[in-house]
Design a protein around this ligand. Sequence first.
Ligand SMILES: NC(=O)c1ccc[n+]([C@@H]2O[C@H](COP(=O)([O-])OP(=O)(O)OC[C@H]3O[C@@H](n4cnc5c(N)ncnc54)[C@H](O)[C@@H]3O)[C@@H](O)[C@H]2O)c1
Length: 654
Amino acid sequence: MIVGVIGSGSIGPDLAYGFVSAIAKDGGKVYLHDIRQEALDAGLARIRGYVFKALSRGKLSEKAAKAVEKALVPTLRAEDLAECEYVLEAATEDLPIKRRILANVERIVRPDCLIGFATSGIPRAEIARDAVHPERCFVNHPFYPAWRSPPVEVVGSEDAALTARMVATLERLGKVPIITADVECFAADDIFCNYVSEAARIVQEGVATAAQVDAIVHDAIAGGGPLNVMDLTRGNLLTKHCQELMRDAKTGSAWFEPPSILAEVGNGLWHNPKARGDGRYTPELAQLVLDRILAVLFARTLFVADNNICAPADLDWLSRMSLGFRAGLLSLAEEYGAARVQELILNFAAKYPGFPVPPSAAAGTLPSFKKHVLVERDGELAVVRVFRPEVKNALNRATLLELDQTMIELEADTSVKGVVLSSFGGSLAGADIGELAALPDPEACEAICNFGHGIFQRIEAMTKPVVAAVDGPVLGGGAELSMACHGRIVGPALTLGQPEVNLGIIPGYGGTQRLPRLVGLERANELLRTARTLGAAEAVSSGWASAPVAEDVVAAAKALIGEHLAGRVTLAPVNPAPMDVPAQLPAVSLGHRSLAIDAILRDVMLRGLALPLAEGLKVEAQGFGRCKRTVDLDIGMKNFTQNGPRVPAAFLHE
Ligand SMILES: NC(=O)c1ccc[n+]([C@@H]2O[C@H](COP(=O)([O-])OP(=O)(O)OC[C@H]3O[C@@H](n4cnc5c(N)ncnc54)[C@H](O)[C@@H]3O)[C@@H](O)[C@H]2O)c1
């Protein structure tokens, strides 16, 4: 892929570094274009600094660092962008400049080149007003630090296919696109800029100092404090600009007027880095500040939700990821309760004329939505996606509960004839290790397995075909969820495995019982006991996958369900009948793995597989509970959480 970034100011170089990190290994190239040599030099120096840091921390190999340097091309010549298939304009936040750049880019690039605007708040319709091909122009609003912050707000165009290509392109560049409406400041900057402006007003009025505001807000909801974030991003003037956009919008009012202190601080700092102010505060001051800040945060969040500027699940995720709060803002609102949220907003509105009260706040309601599971319909089919991209869609308890509820609803919905079960990007990275590590005793361990078994058995028992569509890492609980489906489609990036024994546990969501029934006892014996991973080709040849490897796993899963509904193939759960089990399992080379855990695993396989599946699952749950009695479970879990998956645990075999 060949990509161009226009503008080498605060954010352009970060965007270019993020993109080049995603595509350099596959031979991609990123142009970084500016009209000023000193801007290019400064941008390049910053990128070299990132590469150096990543190298010295061991996060980047010498080879990868060289590939990054080679693939990044700084240029003063806009004509160099001619070969790009995507150009992101991240130049000065000024409408006439953006329009001029767009006119020039359209003249230079190929007809099929996608064009993004990194604008913080100017609607797409405004920037693309005079475009020759507005249908290939999109808002692509990134977040600080743009080289590693996943979300990008996307305002789509009237062309659904081009919008889908825009979304896919950003995903390929390592981003998580979030669709928003084409309104001033979209979703996140409406909330963020109003939040920062309220903090600035509090300081301007002398109610609290910048240090106190930041301490109070960070202690309550995290996020680093609004004015600290301004110092990091030098964003005062951009915030002022966004406030003016919102003030002058159809939904605007005088309340959005930016406080004058934003311009006064300007490109300067709220905090003196050499002599930080005293952030201590009294409970009374905290309440005063928080009531104002939370009223603004919740009211603007509900405004975005009420006006369908962004889907609630996306909004919740976006506000957590882009603003760094300890939870998404809709989740935080739930935590405070609809009545308290309403009280905060109405009290604030009574004091500050022109402050818009969103309808849901007036009614005292909050949107109800699933946080981690998204469902889309395609005719008779439903596509269910686990959406926790920041943890490769790991299946924590809350996600499993939402998945269960979703499947129950789809089973009851007579208009649905089949279900594709997938995730953002296709990965399903297993259970939530933090949750497993926190289980207090063997009974709790057994109970969590039975909880998972219940959900997976309901999926297995669905009367409609359910096909898992997976790509990328599909490990532990993610692989087990896929095996509870009636068919599996895998993509080329698949890394499939049951790595539990590396952590001092055994699979507990059905892996010990369903994997042998799918791929045969001999192969499963090796895979389960050694934690070896398989790629896509072996997943197909071993019978784990139901069809050849597919580039587009969701499309292939839909097609497979279509074949089943037409009676040309049969999709079914794994055969639940008892298996023929030998007296002993063939020996495998365990390497460093725990002999104590291996003994439990062998016992669970030999006894469980000789029983019908439902009974075998109970044996597995008990076995998982027994792991908790070993010393090796603690060693494996601690090693994983402290050192990550690559460092072998020093098991004691007891
Ligand atoms: N800074 C952030 O944290 C942030 C976050 C999200 C979005 N954005 C958006 O990204 C865009 C850039 O923001 P910034 O903060 O990096 O701005 P900036 O003012 O720091 O940098 C803008 C750069 O654009 C260059 N430029 C101006 N005209 C140009 C032209 N015709 N061709 C090529 N380059 C040109 C300038 O020389 C300058 O280097 C803005 O639209 C802004 O709203 C910024």
